[in-house]
Design a protein around this ligand. Structure first.
Ligand code: FES
Ligand code: FES
Length: 165
């Protein structure tokens, strides 16, 4: 078989998604985002730009926030992936509830990525100021321009978490 054809042969990849082992068989060029959505059935992560520009596909890969449209699925063998589904195990997470309360969800396409990125921010900087939130969230675009409400939602979640801890 020539090199071109061998690159089209599916490759078996086993990873953990939200704590559960997942086996997919993917061509070498398939992104993690497409593998999650189309092969593994995790549709929460959204595909908008598919070019690393909008953050709609944000997931945790071995604990690090990544744009899953920029990662090849075959690179994730043995990795631990957390998608938006993994952040809402017992119903909506506190962050998701604050997004709803703040009216930050409009068309909703950007929201899974916004919530995953906000979760990353609050884990690393629980006392984030509004300026720090805006800065940290700058890689997550919202076509509905709900930025003020998104920042308010993240601030509210941060205040609640600090109060509880
Ligand atoms: S779809 Fe991945 S960054 Fe836009
Ligand atoms: S809510 Fe529509 S793109 Fe953000």
């Amino acid at each position: 078989m020539n090199d071109h054809l061998s690159q089209l042969e599916p490759i078996d990849v086993t990873l953990q998604v939200n704590g559960t082992p997942v086996d997919v068989s993917v061509p070498a060029h398939r992104t993690l985002l497409d593998a999650l959505r189309d092969d593994a059935g995790f549709k929460g992560s959204k595909k908008c730009c598919a070019d690393g520009e909008c953050g709609a596909c944000s997931v945790f890969l071995d604990g690090t926030l990544v744009n899953s449209c920029l990662v090849l699925a075959v690179e994730t063998e043995g990795s631990d992936v957390t998608t938006i589904e993994g952040l809402s195990v017992d119903g909506l997470s506190d962050l998701q509830q604050e997004f709803l309360k703040a009216g930050a969800v409009q068309c909703g396409v950007c929201i899974p990525g916004q919530v995953v990125a906000a979760e990353d921010l609050l884990r690393t900087n629980p006392h984030a100021t509004a300026t720090e939130i805006r800065d940290a969230m700058s890689g997550n675009l919202c076509r509905c321009a709900g930025y003020e409400r998104i920042v308010a939602a993240i601030q509210a979640a941060a205040e609640t978490r600090v109060t509880i801890s």
